[in-house]
Write a protein that binds this ligand. Structure first.
Ligand SMILES: [Zn+2]
Length: 371
């Protein structure tokens, strides 16, 4: 095998973001302050395969023979999750509301990709977080396991101090494969990303707004019922099922299920934290995410990892991203289409580094946490 010594595609770029607090004034004079600007959360993607290596994406192809690997899929999944984080839309209920549409100002970065070949952890609800979770205090772990039902998942914790942070999601490969067979260009990756954005939304501290924890509709309380306090998501600007039903004469519950928000049905919540296939977040929800990431969840941020001086040996898959202040890479060789990113805040030094043709190394300047 031939290697091109110390040659790689290297690009230097600087991500600029505001160091100043951003202030947003609503019409009511309610001040939302998003301190510290952009926050980027590190995530791992785990593909759960059968013991014989079938039944999901693998290191080289999509499990159906197409040259689209699990690494490719994981990168695209995160790309779409970020597209959903970059956008925000007006909450559609209550009708005609003037709740501000704020920048969400959070993103994701793919840290590593893992492939597990084990029949006992292949099916949905069988993963073993204790053994299969990686870098649990600094990276949120996302497991993609098998199912033939609709897309779905569960999240380990909505606590903003807990470091028990993972989601298990089902039927992504099944959905991708079926949609590809029907001619979809990317297997409808957008919807798989939306499901992931929702589940990670829980890890970042958000509850459902009109659905109970297990996804069933919160009671509306019409016709003499009582409000169920367990259904309160802790945000005053996300209307409760009770309020919405009350406003529409108890005709339509806002937890309409998948695609309810997309088709724009009146009274179907388009909030990311309901299962309607949309991604709106209220100011309170965004505030919650930022407060959590500035405090108990800070160690999950890319910027937190940029404050240490580090030295790495033998870099490469399964990790796709490396972080540090002064970063030293020694005795490393990247090969077979590996695409590696190094994020640094001060300097990067490569010693005895080789890159096989067809690989990529990207070195990206970023800042440490400014809050
Ligand atoms: Zn949920």
């Amino acid at each position: 095998m031939r290697f091109l010594t110390a040659f790689a595609f290297i690009s230097l770029c600087s991500l600029s973001f505001s160091q100043q607090p951003e202030e947003n004034m609503t019409k009511d004079g309610y001040l939302i302050r998003v301190k510290g600007g952009l926050k980027t959360v590190r995530i791992n993607i785990h593909f759960m395969l059968k013991s014989d290596g079938t039944g999901n994406f693998n290191e080289k192809n999509d499990g159906n023979g197409r040259p689209y690997s699990g690494y490719d899929y994981a990168r695209d999944l995160v790309y779409y999750m970020n597209a959903q984080s970059i956008q925000n839309v007006q909450l559609n209920i209550p009708e005609g509301n003037e709740i501000p549409v704020l920048e969400k100002n959070y993103r994701y970065v793919l840290d590593a990709v893992y492939f597990w070949r084990n029949d006992s952890t292949y099916l949905y609800n069988t993963i073993n977080y204790a053994k299969q979770g990686r870098d649990k205090d600094s990276v949120m772990n996302i497991f993609l396991s098998h199912g033939t039902a609709n897309l779905g998942g569960h999240a380990s914790s909505v606590s903003t101090v807990s470091h028990y942070k993972y989601t298990e999601n089902r039927s992504y490969w099944f959905s991708y494969s079926g949609n590809k067979a029907k001619g979809s260009a990317d297997g409808d990756l957008w919807t798989q990303a939306l499901n992931t954005s929702h589940e990670v939304g829980h890890l970042l501290g958000l509850n459902h707004t009109v659905l109970q924890p297990n996804g069933s509709p919160c009671p509306g309380g019409c016709k003499g019922g009582t409000i169920n306090a367990n259904c309160d998501d802790g945000c005053a600007d996300t209307p409760s099922a009770w309020e919405i039903l009350d406003a529409n004469g108890c005709t339509t519950h806002p937890g309409c299920g998948w695609s309810g928000g997309i088709t724009g049905k009146i009274d179907c919540s388009n909030n990311l934290m309901d299962y309607t296939g949309m991604f709106a977040l209220s100011p309170c929800q965004i505030e919650k995410i930022h407060r959590g990431l500035e405090n108990g969840l800070k160690s999950y941020l890319q910027c937190a990892a940029l404050s240490d001086d580090v030295s790495f040996k033998n870099i490469g898959y399964p990790k796709v991203s490396y972080f540090g202040r002064n970063v030293q890479i020694v005795d490393s060789r990247i090969e077979y289409k590996e695409k590696i990113k190094i994020y640094y805040s001060s300097s990067v030094e490569l010693n005895n580094f080789e890159a096989e043709a067809g690989t990529e190394l990207e070195i990206i300047l970023d800042n440490e946490c400014s809050f």
